[in-house]
Design a binder for this molecule. Structure first.
Ligand code: SF4
Length: 235
């Protein structure tokens, strides 16, 4: 499995190049807030919410704890589900205050398994958000599984042992070297591939994974057969 997964990774990297998904200077606290706000939201709407939080000086754990509900809800409104998301941000800030003296670096100093457990025990943080925070804010090895990951690897015929978030996550974390840079780049390449080629309606011709993808090959075979049928019916 390790070689199959690395083969997919190398092909995507050669095709798309490095994705540079770690904008220099990103404040880890802002990355955490973004990871919570991006649930069920397009990133451009998250950016609007982050800009409002910044303008209103709400991008710190103590400001999130102190801000009146209406003020926090107004600021995060562009990211949708604003009441729930305001509550989630406050829950994260409260957890940080209670367990880590308000210091993100203390949370991030935990071993990955303990950090993940602390995040998952916090209201509003599910497995994907927890892994987002560990990978992009703490910069430690966690593999982020999203709908794009499931779509591509389903089509490639590389299924997890169990079809759950943790089953998918284990598919990668059990087989690949535990390297933060690899997990970061791999996830970024999956997202790029799902947007460019392996869309809902995939564009298989020219795909760098075509010769190892049963779905792509059967789609091309079906399309070739239907062309033959059309030509035969015209003759
Ligand atoms: S060949 Fe088609 S289905 Fe397979 S990975 Fe590429 S785009 Fe997706």
């Amino acid at each position: 499995m390790r070689e199959r997964l690395l083969d997919v990774y190398r092909r995507l990297l050669a095709f798309y190049g490095p994705q540079h998904w770690w904008p220099a200077g990103d404040d880890p606290f802002v990355v955490v807030v973004g990871a919570i706000l991006t649930q069920s939201a397009a990133w451009k709407n998250v950016e609007s919410a982050l800009a409002r939080l910044r303008e209103d000086r709400l991008l710190s754990f103590d400001a999130l704890l102190r801000a009146p509900d209406e003020e926090l809800e107004r600021a995060v409104r562009p990211s949708g589900y604003f009441r729930m998301k305001a509550r989630k941000l406050r829950a994260f800030a409260a957890m940080l205050a209670e367990r880590f003296d308000g210091r993100l670096e203390r949370l991030f100093a935990l071993p990955v398994g303990e950090m993940r457990a602390a995040l998952l025990a916090t209201y509003g943080i599910g497995p994907e958000t927890a892994d987002d925070i560990i990978l992009y804010a703490a910069r430690k090895p966690a593999f982020v599984v999203d709908a794009y990951t499931r779509r591509i690897f389903d089509r490639l015929g590389i299924p997890p042992g169990v079809d759950t978030y943790d089953g998918w996550r284990s598919l990668f974390t059990d087989a690949l070297p535990q390297e933060t840079a690899l997990f970061n780049e791999y996830h970024a390449l999956i997202v790029r591939h799902a947007k460019v080629k392996c869309r809902k309606e995939p564009l298989c011709p020219g795909c760098p994974l075509l010769d190892i993808c049963p779905t792509g090959q059967s789609r091309l075979a079906a399309s070739a057969a239907s062309q033959v049928d059309r030509r035969a019916s015209r003759a």
